[in-house]
Write a new protein. Structure first.
Length: 307
């Protein structure tokens, strides 16, 4: 099996008495888009700053390309591209000058691809950075990163400030990187973004990984929402294992809504068929269902230091 591009094991980070990260462990494999998801304050950016060698961990280990992220940061940076969620630029330089400077820092050059990206992202590279909106500052960093020939791309809330069309454009470029066999670590709290692009995801809450796996594996842990009307009583259905939130619809006979555990869905459908299905609507489980499972009772328990 190929060596992981990113390997994190039991990573810990404290800010004074505040425990920002607790036993964070995950891998990013070659040619994989890994979604690192959680709300602001959950520990995503702290983890990424450790990966970039900006912060030093208090415990555990982290490597990129098999190299220690703190001891060998310079060698690692020669092979990666990075976009933060809050981009700060030199105010008196133009967008084009900054893009070229960022490329040179990575020993790269302005290319035809750079021009294509500038046009696609609708950026005016002649304007001074001080005149740019947050979205345009974000575009400068994205254009520089996507122009870079790297082995690993790290995006930390990269579409912050972008409009939906630009978000979609970014997603298409990430999917293209994936086709090229590049590895991507995508930190995000936008679930639709993650669902579209990522092969596997890790959910982080209060500085801890609470679940990792493929999207299909994750969906097995969620529930399908059913609305059904039958010829006969739904009483045999509401007592089945795996049924949650059974709610009759009073104005219609033998009609109800409920959620079903994925593992019990087949058996529930058999029993529904026995009751004579007249109408049925199902909503498949989404990543948001799983995400909210961990955050319904945990919102707001993090500090800004663990962003």
């Amino acid at each position: 099996m190929a060596q992981s591009v990113i390997h994190i094991k039991q990573l810990e980070k404290k800010f004074g008495n505040f425990q920002a990260l607790r036993n964070i462990s995950f891998d990013v494999n070659p040619g994989e888009v890994f979604g690192f998801i959680g709300p602001n304050g959950s520990g995503k950016s702290t983890t990424i700053r450790i990966l970039l060698g900006i912060l030093k961990a208090n415990g555990g280990s982290a490597t990129i390309f098999g190299k220690d992220v703190w001891q060998q940061a310079v060698q690692i940076h020669e092979r990666i591209a990075y976009v933060p969620g809050d981009v700060y630029l030199w105010p008196n330089l133009t967008g084009g000058e900054i893009i070229d400077f960022l490329l040179k820092l990575n020993h790269q050059h302005h290319s035809a691809r750079t021009d294509e990206l500038i046009k696609a992202f609708e950026l005016d590279p002649r304007k001074k950075a001080r005149t740019y909106s947050k979205g345009n500052r974000q575009k400068v960093a994205l254009i520089a990163a996507l122009s870079t020939e790297a082995e690993l791309y790290i995006f930390d809330e990269p579409t912050s400030g972008l409009d939906p069309l630009m978000e979609e454009l970014f997603q298409s470029h990430v999917l293209e990187l994936k086709k090229q066999g590049k590895s991507v670590l995508l930190s995000s709290h936008i679930l639709s973004e993650v669902e579209r692009m990522c092969d596997r995801i890790g959910i982080v809450r209060a500085g801890e990984i609470v679940e990792t796996g493929t999207l299909n594996e994750m969906r097995q842990l969620t529930r399908t929402q059913i609305t059904v009307q039958t010829q006969h009583s739904l009483d045999p259905v509401k007592i089945l294992a795996g049924i949650h939130g059974f709610t009759p619809i009073p104005e219609t006979l033998n009609k109800a809504t409920f959620a079903v555990d994925t593992s019990e869905l087949n058996h529930v459908m058999v029993v529904l068929a026995q009751q004579g299905i007249e109408a049925l609507q199902s909503m498949p489980p989404t990543l948001e269902d799983l995400f909210m499972r961990y955050y319904d009772h945990a919102e707001g328990d993090d500090s800004h230091e663990a962003k």
